[in-house]
Write a protein that binds this ligand. Structure first.
Ligand SMILES: Cc1cc2nc3c(=O)[nH]c(=O)nc-3n(C[C@H](O)[C@H](O)[C@H](O)COP(=O)(O)OP(=O)(O)OC[C@H]3O[C@@H](n4cnc5c(N)ncnc54)[C@H](O)[C@@H]3O)c2cc1C
Length: 396
């Protein structure tokens, strides 16, 4: 018999692991399936990712989502008891040239929900003294830091009630008699009431998502060993450096659309080293003669660089302005959800957005969840084109 709360999560990266964690906590029967062997999951080989708040002065909703998300990541890390060696809320400092930075900071405090408690302005003298960088000021985001992806993802899905299937590539997903039936390349079949695609750009292969626009961006990070560090905060400007990940300095990264080369590139390493030199000018450059390691990955990103989280429409022809709509008037695929396109910020955004998605599935939304799901609604481009967005209708 198929459980009414049965849910299949495709993908065991950060979005899949968080979704599985939250749904399991909410009492659902959860199966996570990934095409890779557990230890070959792409993101598992990146030693550390940053949680680095970013601001967009012209998008208050982005800033609100960022603030809520970066708060939430650390409370989730605490709740699951991730060991200290795998994460550090060290803070993150984004560097700006003097003039630009000061006016941005004023606008930030005046026009967004960020306060000086969330982000502190660090003056030129301190930046010079602490980091040896001249003519820059910094925004110090207290909720920045880093996480080891493998330890975080594995910890999220460690509960024995979450069924984990690795090395099984899903090749077909069909709705049959009110349930989702899934076939894998190795001829396994699974059936569930709900299915959630947390499989990054893989959604392109399914008819359900053909209206959604997304691309892939290749990237490379590099790292070297360093026993001594004079500071711990993540530093960023054009690139970023995480100076203290268990005696490693991680730096990067490159960003290139629709390049699918999985091999490390020497050009990327040289570019990453140049970014590192700007961020850590006092580093002993003899270190750069030592062995440099690298990790290459793909990021899926949507047309407007915001994630896609929620339901998708089955038919679109019933939408004719100016009739007022509510979410329930529309023809959504039943039990089908996506949670993807996190670009370079999966580890900041996916924990909270996945919680909101889990609450959509279990009918337990609060105001913040509604705000997040509305902001990340996969159908936002379509609604905008239809002029329906202007009516202020909420679609989740
Ligand atoms: C160079 C680089 C640096 C980055 N730095 C940062 C950073 O500092 N901070 C940050 O927050 N983010 C960073 N990112 C981005 C971050 O890695 C992504 O946002 C995040 O990994 C997205 O997570 P996801 O779970 O949505 O997708 P993924 O991690 O891609 O997971 C999707 C999973 O789905 C599985 N899958 C796909 N198709 C199928 C199928 N048919 N059947 C079964 N399984 C399938 C895949 O095997 C994969 O494990 C970086 C990315 C790159 C490339």
């Amino acid at each position: 018999m198929i459980e009414e709360n049965s849910t299949i999560v495709i993908g065991a990266g950060i979005s899949g692991s968080c979704t599985a964690y939250h749904l399991n906590k909410a009492g659902c029967d959860v199966t996570v399936i990934d095409e890779k062997k557990e230890d070959d999951i792409q993101i598992y080989s990146n030693p550390a990712v940053c949680v680095y708040p970013k601001i967009m002065l012209n998008d208050p909703n982005f800033n609100k989502f960022m603030l809520l998300s970066t708060d939430y990541v650390w409370s989730l890390i605490k709740a699951i008891g991730l060991k200290e060696e795998y994460t550090r809320k060290a803070g993150a400092i984004h560097l700006y040239e003097m003039k630009d930075g000061i006016s941005r900071y004023e606008k930030l405090i005046k026009n967004t929900s960020y306060t000086s408690h969330d982000v502190e302005l660090i003056d030129q003298e301190i930046i010079k003294k602490r980091f040896g960088i001249i003519d820059y000021i910094g925004f110090h985001f207290k909720k920045g830091g880093w996480i080891n992806p493998k330890a975080f993802c594995k910890k999220l899905i460690e509960d024995k009630n979450i069924k984990k299937i690795f090395s099984s590539k899903i090749i077909s997903v069909e709705r049959i008699k009110g349930y989702w039936t899934i076939l894998t390349e190795d001829k396994k079949m699974f059936t569930a009431k709900n299915i959630i695609f947390c499989s990054a750009s893989n959604i392109k292969n399914y008819k359900y998502f053909s209206a959604l626009k997304l691309d892939e961006y290749r990237g490379q990070v590099d790292w070297l060993s360093n026993k001594k560090n004079s500071f711990r905060e993540v530093l960023s400007n054009d690139g970023y450096v995480i100076p203290d990940v268990n005696k490693k300095i991680i730096f990067g990264s490159s960003y290139e659309k629709n390049n699918f080369n999985t091999e490390p590139s020497h050009t990327d390493t040289v570019n990453n080293i140049n970014k590192l030199k700007k961020l850590m000018p006092s580093l002993k450059y003899s270190l750069l003669n030592d062995r440099i390691n690298n990790w290459v990955g793909q990021r899926a990103a949507s047309f407007d660089k915001k994630p896609f989280v929620g339901r998708v429409l089955k038919t679109r022809n019933s939408l004719i302005s100016p009739i007022k709509y509510s979410a329930e008037d529309l023809d959504w695929y039943e039990g089908l959800f996506i949670n993807t396109c996190y670009g370079s910020r999966g580890f900041s955004f996916a924990p909270l957005a996945s919680l909101s998605l889990a609450k959509l599935i279990t009918h337990n939304l609060n105001d913040d969840d509604k705000f997040i799901l509305n902001y990340l609604n996969p159908e936002r481009q379509f609604f905008k084109k239809q002029g329906i967005k202007k009516q202020g209708v909420r679609f989740n």
